[in-house]
Design a binder for this molecule. Structure first.
Ligand code: ATP
Ligand code: MG
Length: 562
């Protein structure tokens, strides 16, 4: 973990291999840089997509180029406008703006015309086999595939059948259009890949116009070419698709875009497959796509992540050529570092214990000016009230403390942050023996430092004045999965078996009154507790706050103790 930080915090980061490729092409006189981010609108964007967004938009920006947003909407069955809108919102939130907005579906007419061109050239044919038969006759890596009995139809017959497919004369699965390449090719993807399949489903943009839809391989490279993309960047698993990408571009004699692959982002304790994330949402295992425990961009936003922290994370992760797994702690480190600079400090008590300061005048209130952010003088100050009754954190009191316990215990003293030293004189318990209230006395000369006789007190705890306190529901999150790699599912289990039952703990606490004006999305550091963000579930009578991240990496501590 610490290696990771050091590697990237020192001098300026070494340029990644994609930057080298671009710099080489600029040196060779190809100065125009055009990238694209091509999401399929079948789910919400996750942190892996955010990496890809930062990379594609970042490269365009760095080299004076342009980056398009293209919706890869070639499968009407899984796609929806809800997703299109959320994707645009997330890209903008991350701080990027696209040069042009496109939809693969806008190219359906052009793609169709190109498919007819290939048929005329004898490079594509209509196959009557079912997709299952096609799969079974593809052969294996060591055994060549079997040619379809329909492979040698005439161009005229193929054209006629393909047009009838388009007209909707056939049912789903009855026919497909295949590229005629080589059933013995060592790359299985070149064994007459499917170009079009019949789908009688309404498309969210083209309605019922199309009964046939292009496959990814016959849409992606062609869309890149139409938009004159110079660097088509995708994740490693697409490297086997590259020969096919190039084959279509060559046979169609269109603008030669090039595909480059980088390692997808994987994070420990995190699952990123959209299909599985959708399952979490649909089965109610999380409250929605933006449940703050999800790895989606909208969930990170709701949880209190800043766009700057996500961009910093993407930068630190860098661009790898080989698959790897990044420690989730690095993402948390990035948000902690960013919020330390920008979040105002406040006091809040999560698990309250009432303290009565018996020698403090009843009805008196003292307002103390407290600095909002020691890291940022421009953040100013606010006033914090102190009175006879306060709340402290239950965990800051122990009836029978171990050695070196510097917080409050019977007969011992502690300093209240920004305020007085108090001593615990009496413990009030309920009939079950549970401590419900403490009676303390304060040292009047100890306000804000010092004491009546110069003695020092080691422990400092946070607190909230009881009559001024704002009640709040506070949601404390932990990792959603207990397993470091929830995608590696053992036999007889599903990823759901690895869900962390304690990933959400809700407590009812109290906030200092300055937090009464906070609006959803506002971020704060609650002293000693972590960074928090006001949630959209807040109501006028009840504030709700999410803990973005703790102040320290608690998991690293646990791990190092083991
Ligand atoms: P999923 O498998 O979760 O559905 P996907 O790759 O199918 O993801 P797309 O919408 O097709 O999702 O992805 C849009 C872009 O984001 C693609 O260029 C893809 O390579 C990139 N991308 C997706 N996941 C990651 C990841 N984990 N790390 C980096 N880039 C990613
Ligand atoms: Mg995809």
């Amino acid at each position: 973990m610490s290696d990771l930080h050091e590697e990237t915090t020192g001098a300026e980061r070494r340029s990644n291999f994609l930057e080298e490729i671009i710099e080489n092409s600029i040196r060779e006189g190809n100065a125009r840089i055009q990238t694209r981010f091509p999401p399929e609108p079948n789910g919400y964007l996750h942190i892996g997509h955010a990496k890809s967004i930062c990379l594609n938009f970042g490269l365009a920006k760095k080299y004076g180029g342009r980056c398009n947003l293209r919706f890869d909407d070639t499968n009407p069955v899984k796609e929806d406008v809800e997703y299109v809108d959320s994707i645009k919102e997330d890209v903008r939130w991350l701080g990027f703006d696209w040069a042009e907005e496109h939809y693969a579906s806008d190219y359906f007419d052009q793609l169709y015309a190109w498919a007819e061109d290939l048929i005329r050239k004898g490079k594509a044919y209509v196959d009557d086999q079912t997709q299952e038969e096609i799969r079974l006759t593809r052969g294996t890596v060591t055994v060549p595939g079997k040619e379809s009995p329909w492979r040698n139809r005439s161009a005229e017959e193929n054209l006629d059948l393909f047009r009838r497919m388009k007209a909707g004369e056939f049912a789903d699965g009855e026919k497909v259009l295949r590229a005629k390449i080589d059933m013995g090719h060592p790359n299985m993807l070149l064994r007459d890949p499917i170009m079009y399949r019949i789908i009688h489903t309404e498309h969210h943009r083209t309605g019922n116009k199309w009964k046939i839809y292009p496959m990814y391989d016959f849409a992606h490279g062609q869309s890149d070419s139409i938009e004159r993309i110079t660097h088509s960047i995708c994740t490693l698993e697409f490297d086997v698709h590259r020969p096919l990408y190039d084959w279509f571009i060559r046979e169609l004699e269109i603008y030669p875009s090039h595909q480059y692959e980088f390692a997808r982002l994987n994070l420990t304790y995190t699952m990123m497959s959209k299909r599985k994330l959708l399952q979490l949402v649909q089965e109610g295992l999380v409250s929605g796509w933006d449940d703050p425990r999800m790895p989606t961009v909208c969930a990170l936003r709701r949880r209190g992540y800043t766009p700057e922290s996500v961009r910093a994370f993407a930068e630190r992760v860098g661009v790898a050529k080989r698959d790897n797994v990044i420690d989730l702690g690095l993402l948390e480190f990035c948000v902690r570092e960013d919020l330390n600079k920008r979040a105002e400090r406040r006091m809040a008590v999560l698990k309250p214990l009432k303290v009565v300061i018996t020698n403090y005048p009843e009805g008196k209130t003292e307002w103390t000016e407290c600095v909002n952010n020691p890291e940022d003088p421009a953040a100013g100050a606010r006033k914090v009230p102190f009175s006879r009754e306060i709340y402290i954190e239950r965990d800051d009191f122990m009836e029978e403390p171990p050695k070196k316990y510097y917080r409050l215990s019977p007969g011992k003293e502690v300093r209240l942050r920004y305020s007085y030293i108090i001593r615990c004189d009496n413990i009030i318990k309920d009939t079950n023996g549970e401590v419900i209230e403490l009676h303390c006395t304060y040292d009047e000369a100890s306000k804000g430092g010092g004491s009546s006789d110069g003695r020092k007190v080691k422990g400092i705890i946070h607190w909230v004045s009881a009559p001024h306190a704002v009640p709040a529901e506070i949601r404390l999150f932990d990792r959603l999965f207990l397993k470091e790699s929830p995608d590696d599912v053992e036999e007889g289990k599903t990823f759901k078996d690895y869900l962390n039952p304690d990933s959400l703990v809700t407590v009812n606490g109290y906030l200092e009154p300055a937090l009464a004006d906070a609006v959803p999305g506002d971020r704060f550091q609650f002293e000693r507790l972590g960074y928090f963000c006001k949630d959209k579930d807040s109501a006028p009578e009840k504030a709700v706050f999410n803990r973005t991240v703790t102040l320290k990496d608690t998991w690293a501590k646990i791990a190092s103790k083991e």
